[in-house]
Design a protein around this ligand. Structure first.
Ligand code: FAD
Ligand code: SF4
Ligand code: SF4
Length: 1006
């Protein structure tokens, strides 16, 4: 263990001589202590270099201080490769450029931190791709993929990393740079090291011949077989020796990659997919060997447990059902996704027919869903890629654990191997879910184990029995995910004493002082050493009384049936909050930039601190007393959660459902209790309470509205309150939604029983629309009335009802509960009578379906939640009913046609609840309308976030990622945005007025 003084010296010297960011505080180091494995080790320090020169400095200083070095990409390794007491260097933020592409030679040169998906996006214009299509393509970096010798779903066609890397320029342990490529042209240190390893290969040739697994998917140890290829697929097409292949799979333990030269492949022009449904798992496994003979580019397995789990997830259900022969029949025990790809579509369709015939010959006529449409195939592949994550969504301390996850066996033994291993699991009181690469005999399986109890013990026993099976079937123990900690000790078992010795000699030749990622591949620790575990037996959570109700997470599960115990019975001292936080398994899926929302702050900053994973890790460390200050309400946690805009993107898109928006509310409730509220906090939180007072005072309103007109006033409010002078503030109105005489008529004598029989709807006027944009409430009421509804707007004698959103966002949960209770008391009268409640502001109305259910508000909350809808959801729902067309009012529900372009920006909470499509659907009621979604993440305003002076810039950066440019590109379009803050952001960023969908409908009413 390094002394703190050494850590600081290291950081100081690197900072002084480079532009790298250095982190030495415990929370930053804690965020780099884990990867997607079960392990955790706090690093000495973390370095985020801006360029190659920074890395040179970091390596030099670390060497002088004898501090180990651990290169890191996305940190998605499953075996603990990126955990270690070292200087962790994160390439993924800056060190990620595409340096060169040669479309003719089909070569690309990249920096190690480049993410695979980003590379492929840039290669598409050349009709090329880098075909090692790992499931983590959106997060995995090329350096990390090479470090682990990663393999994709299509390895049967393209091979593993080692088959696709043509050269590596790397820093050696002595700080020198060396070029590793074809041995025949190697020079200097690369040649010297290559020749040394060649001698070893000669010396141990008979051992290699005897012990080396002869399968495509062998990624363990160093690639000593490059001189006498043992792989099913030759490493090079012309049998030449390439020394870069020695470094592939070295897990950061031999050299530090500076740039990688990659062989590219032509993008397949066409693909077809046959999804074979099996009523028996054994039959699926037995069929793989026959299907492989048809020459597919992939055969991927998904088993019943995963299909069922996926069907429970709203994001995946519809897609999974496209793969089923009959979605109303019992779920198949397994499906195989069989892909054919190539240049000629007709030939691929013919292959699909061959598959149908083959299955019929194997006794399974009518078992294949034929997919020729590209989008359907793509959707299904996305779900398959999310397979592991779907499985990890199991609540409770028993989790599917990765340690024999990717043993590879020859195809003819697959059925026997899987059933024997299933028996092993049963013997140890657990079971596993099977999925992935049936084409190459590498099936992923994770038995469910509780690492806080007997998990480590069972892990070893199962590993031993699995190893015997692998040996029996002449397979490879590590067939995809590398060695790291969980498989390091099995290298000797797999290759024998002599080859293990040779690996030590290779390590010694490259890295005599053992500074590069020590303990990986050579001299590994035991896989079950307690002190290396993230959840070791002494892991302890401090008691916590939570503000929200987290009991749904406070459960345990049965590893055999996966049934969970009743809410609140999981023995979490933090009332379920710790278990909710621990749902994050560090897979890194939140480090993404593709469609969807998660995680906007990471998309802008690329900081581990500002991604959902970093936040969940910080909370976990705080709750388990592993941070300085040792408690939840600490500054370290505040910093990590500061840029979380509460968009709920993670609630929907995190495969294990980590709901950071709610976690932030929980955190704020503790933090604000301890540290108090600022004046700005109060002004925002209590706005609904004082808004009514202001709205009745026109002179005060005139005065307040001056703030937007005079820059010096804006500056003054910035100085006094911390509200950015660059922002316009919402304009106070003298007429509010509750003043409109139109809606007051007759409601005082309202008798619910009488009205329940009629078409009635409650239009919940939220504070923002009600006071600042009452036109929107009018518009909604007009449209609802045109649709034949009698509209009632809830109001009180004094002030108005409020959902409590501003209080929740400020962490004032107790006060929010009072508001919520009052609102529920009122709304439940209508809900009980079967009357629906409609809201315009997504964050307000959807909190009735979300946060309210975690505030201990009982059955009233459940009832109201069932009857709460966004405006457009309600219209779409009602319009689908037969009676709708029969209403006497329906002739009023007619719209003028339009030919104007309409662009829709979905509010993040609409996206989180999958209620964006009703906006599009409702707009399509207007004749001629062809509304299009803007592919955007969060607008960045997020309630008060974007108004806060310290967040204004980053808020705008979030909007600039795609939302604002898309709007600027369509100068004549009607922009639809249902969120108040989204409309303000669009106005501030483009000077365009976005409209609530209700307003657009009203404008087009005949
Ligand atoms: C849900 C899930 C699905 C997965 N699916 C697949 C899959 O389909 N196929 C597959 O093969 N793997 C898979 N993995 C494992 C993992 O995603 C891959 O191994 C991935 O390629 C790792 O990339 P990374 O950038 O996260 O690397 P990291 O985990 O950051 O690093 C991996 C190794 O490379 C080393 N390294 C990183 N950069 C350098 C450098 N510049 N120089 C030298 N060494 C370096 C590191 O030290 C480490 O040993 C999966 C993991 C998860 C969580
Ligand atoms: S927060 Fe979710 S998506 Fe991100 S690493 Fe954790 S589990 Fe994965
Ligand atoms: S709520 Fe949004 S910003 Fe916060 S962690 Fe989740 S995705 Fe990221």
């Amino acid at each position: 263990m390094n002394k703190p003084s050494e850590t600081h010296l290291l950081a100081e010297r690197i900072k002084k001589n480079s532009a790298a960011q250095m982190f030495t505080d415990i929370s930053s180091r804690g965020r780099y202590a884990t990867d997607a494995s079960i392990y955790q080790t706090i690093p000495v320090a973390v370095c985020v270099p801006t360029c190659a020169d920074d890395v040179t400095v970091a390596l030099q200083v670390a060497k002088e201080l004898e501090i180990p070095i651990l290169p890191r990409g996305g940190g998605t390794s499953q075996c603990g490769q990126t955990t270690g007491a070292a200087l962790v260097i994160d390439n993924s933020k800056h060190f990620r450029k595409l340096l060169h592409v040669d479309p003719v030679e089909k070569i690309a040169i990249v920096e190690p931190g480049m993410v695979l998906d980003h590379l492929n996006a840039q290669l598409k214009q050349h009709q090329l791709w880098f075909p090692v299509d790992v499931s983590t393509a959106g997060q995995a970096t090329i350096g990390g993929m090479a470090g682990n010798n990663s393999c994709g779903s299509r390895s049967i066609a393209y091979g593993n990393m080692v088959h696709n890397v043509a050269g590596i320029d790397a820093w050696l342990a002595n700080g020198q740079l060396a070029s590793f490529g074809l041995m025949e042209i190697a020079q200097g240190e690369a040649l010297r090291l290559g020749q040394f390893v060649q001698q070893l290969a000669r010396r141990y040739q008979s051992d290699i011949q005897t012990h080396w697994p002869k399968v495509l998917r062998r990624v363990a140890g160093y690639n000593l077989d490059i001189f006498h290829n043992q792989n099913e697929k030759p490493y090079t097409t012309d049998s030449k020796v390439n020394l870069a292949h020695l470094l592939v799979g070295s897990e950061g333990s031999l050299a530090y990659f500076k740039s990688l030269t990659l062989n590219l492949s032509p993008l397949p022009q066409h693909k077809t997919l046959g999804v074979v449904n099996f009523a028996s798992f054994h039959k699926a496994m037995d069929s793989a060997q026959h299907i492989a003979r048809l020459g597919p580019s992939a055969i991927e397995l998904v088993d019943r447990t995963m299909l069922d789990l996926g069907r429970q997830n709203p994001e995946f259900r519809a897609t999974i059902e496209t793969a089923l022969i009959d979605k109303n029949a019992p779920t198949p025990e397994a499906i195989l996704l069989v892909e054919f790809s190539g240049e000629n579509h007709q030939e691929l369709i013919a292959k699909l027919k061959d598959l149908v015939t083959l299955m019929a010959d194997l006794g399974l006529a009518g078992s294949v869903v034929e997919m020729t449409q590209a989008q359907m195939q793509k959707n299904l592949w996305e779900v398959r890629k999310a397979g592991l994550n779907i499985m990890m969504s199991l609540k409770g301390d028993g989790k599917p654990v990765s340690f024999i996850e990717d043993c590879a066996v020859p195809l003819e033994h697959l059925a026997e191997y899987t059933s024997a291993l299933t028996d092993v699991f049963h013997k140890h009181g657990t079971r596993g879910t099977w999925y992935a690469h049936a084409s190459v005999g590498t099936l992923h399986v994770r038995p469910i184990l509780d690492m806080r109890k007997d998990g480590t013990h069972k892990m070893r026993e199962i590993a031993q029995e699995a190893a015997q099976l692998v040996r029996k079937y002449k397979g490879a123990y590590s067939g995809e995910h590398g060695d790291g900690i969980s498989r390091g000790e099995w290298i000797k078992w797999q290759f024998g004493e002599n080859i293990n010795q040779a690996f030590s000699q290779i390590k010694n030749a490259f890295d005599p002082d053992c500074l590069f990622n020590p303990g990986k591949i050579v001299n590994p620790p035991k896989m079950d050493e307690h002190h290396l575990m993230r959840f070791h037996p002494k892991y302890e959570v401090s008691p916590l009384k939570t503000a929200l109700d987290w009991s749904a997470w406070n459960v345990q599960n049965n590893p055999m049936t996966e049934a969970v115990t009743a809410p609140g019975t999981g023995l979490d001292p933090a009332s379920g909050f710790a278990k909710a936080v621990e749902m994050c398994n560090n897979n890194g899926h939140c480090r993404k930039f593709d469609a969807g929302t998660m995680c906007p702050s990471y998309r802008v900053t690329r900081d581990e601190q500002h991604v959902t994973r970093g936040r969940a890790n910080t909370l976990r460390l705080a709750l388990s007393n592993q941070l300085e200050g040792n408690h939840l309400a600490s500054e370290a946690v505040k910093e990590a959660l500061d840029l979380c805009v509460g968009c709920k993107g993670c609630k929907r898109e995190c495969p294990t459902g980590v709901d950071m928006a709610k976690m932030k509310i929980e955190f704020l409730s503790h933090y604000k209790k301890e540290h108090g509220l600022s004046l700005r906090d109060r002004l925002i939180a209590y706005l609904p309470q004082y808004a009514s007072f202001i709205s009745k005072r026109p002179k005060l309103i005139a005065l307040l509205n001056l703030r937007n007109k005079f820059p010096w006033l804006a500056k003054l409010t910035e100085l006094l309150l911390g509200i950015s002078a660059k922002r316009s503030l919402p304009i106070w109105q003298t007429e509010t939604a509750w003043d409109s005489p139109y809606y007051k008529l007759g409601y005082e004598d309202f008798k619910i029983e009488a009205l329940a029989m009629q078409r009635m709807v409650v239009l919940f006027a939220d504070t923002f629309n009600g006071y600042f944009e009452p036109d929107n409430i009018d518009a909604a009421a007009d449209v609802l009335e045109a649709a034949g509804y009698w509209v009632y707007i809830p109001r009180k004698e004094k002030g108005q009802y409020c959902c409590g959103r501003t209080l929740l966002s400020s962490g004032l949960v107790d006060e929010a509960k009072i508001q919520a209770k009052e609102l529920l008391d009122h709304l439940s009268i209508y809900a009980k009578a079967g009357i629906d409640i409609v809201g315009l502001e997504p964050s307000c109305i959807l909190s009735l379906r979300d946060e309210y259910l975690m505030m201990g508000l009982g059955e009233q909350a459940e009832l109201v939640a069932k009857h709460s809808f966004t405006f457009e959801e309600f219209i779409v729902k009602e319009a689908a009913k037969v009676e709708f067309a029969q209403t006497p009012h329906v002739n009023k529900f007619q719209f003028k046609p339009t030919d104007q372009e309409i662009l829709v920006h979905g509010h993040c909470h609409q996206k989180a609840f999958e209620v964006v499509s009703p906006v599009i659907e409702v707009l399509k009621i207007i004749p001629g309308a062809n509304p299009k979604m803007i592919e955007s993440s969060c607008c960045g305003m997020a309630g008060s976030f974007g108004y806060e002076v310290e967040h204004e810039k980053i808020s705008m950066e979030m909007a600039e990622l795609s939302l604002l440019p898309s709007i600027r590109n369509s100068p004549d379009a009607i922009i639809v945005a249902d969120g108040t803050s989204c409309r303000h952001q669009i106005d501030d960023g483009t000077s365009r007025k976005a409209l609530h969908v209700a307003k657009v409908l009203q404008m087009h009413l005949k």
